[in-house]
Design a protein around this ligand. Structure first.
Ligand SMILES: [Zn+2]
Length: 243
């Protein structure tokens, strides 16, 4: 083959094969990303709840300890009350006992509420952990599906890679850049002219331009409507460059 145009056509065929392989993944990559985000979010809920639960449990422990201390303090004060020498001392101890009892009641009530809160948190945490583990299972399944497709494609991808580098060697940098640029918009960056039309967008190509394309195979012509590179229908491509 002597024209870059011919190599571009061969390159396009290889690239389209690769596009088809990528299409086999369908929306899997997107689904995997979404599931990953979902899992991470659920995991962060688990962590948050666990943190609050730890704090609540710490508070419960401290409250129980405080209650024990208040109880023994009250007992101690009650004993002291029998040993007082005057009314003043008696009243002072009575006030202290009163204070200890009030504190005891206050903390008891608080402890009751906090224990309820703990029970709720335990339930919430269990549900959140379950949701996260379900999401993780779903994520693993999606990743397994992905791996399966990737493994099946491995051999073909290697063939494509080899064929591609063999073709690319034959194309000058500028032509390759033009092709790659068009590939951003149109996966089929180079198309046949057939029945006086661009086979990319089906718009009419003037006969004069078709003659020009045929007579100047060393040049690149693009469709004025869609911008794809055009090549004559009967352009020959050596089979050694076709996968
Ligand atoms: Zn076109």
């Amino acid at each position: 083959m002597k024209y870059p145009l011919q190599y571009l056509v061969a390159l396009s065929l290889v690239d389209r094969r690769q596009d088809d392989l990528e299409d086999e993944f369908g929306d899997l990559p997107e689904k995997i990303k979404e599931k990953k985000d979902q899992y991470n979010e659920l995991e962060s809920y688990v962590k948050e709840t666990q943190k609050v639960l730890d704090e609540v449990r710490d508070f419960i422990l401290k409250s129980k300890k405080a209650l024990e201390e208040l109880k023994s303090r009250e007992e101690k004060l009650s004993k002291q009350q029998f040993l007082v020498r005057n009314n003043k001392e008696f009243d002072a101890i009575t006030r202290e006992i009163e204070f200890a009892r009030n504190e005891y009641n206050r903390i008891s009530q608080e402890l009751q509420l906090t224990t309820l809160k703990e029970e709720n948190l335990v339930n919430v945490l269990e549900k959140q952990k379950q949701d996260a583990s379900e999401a993780l299972e779903e994520l693993k399944e999606l990743e397994r599906d992905y791996e399966l497709i990737a493994t099946n494609q491995n051999e073909e991808l290697n063939e494509i890679k080899a064929a591609r580098s063999k073709i690319v060697e034959q194309i000058d940098k500028h032509t390759l850049e033009v092709y790659q640029r068009i590939r951003h918009t149109h996966k089929d960056a180079i198309v046949k002219v057939k029945k006086n039309s661009c086979t990319g967008c089906f718009s009419h190509i003037p006969p004069q331009k078709i003659i020009e394309i045929r007579n100047n195979l060393d040049k690149l012509y693009t469709c004025e409507n869609c911008g794809r590179i055009l090549y004559p229908e009967d352009l020959e491509i050596d089979s050694e460059y076709i996968l």
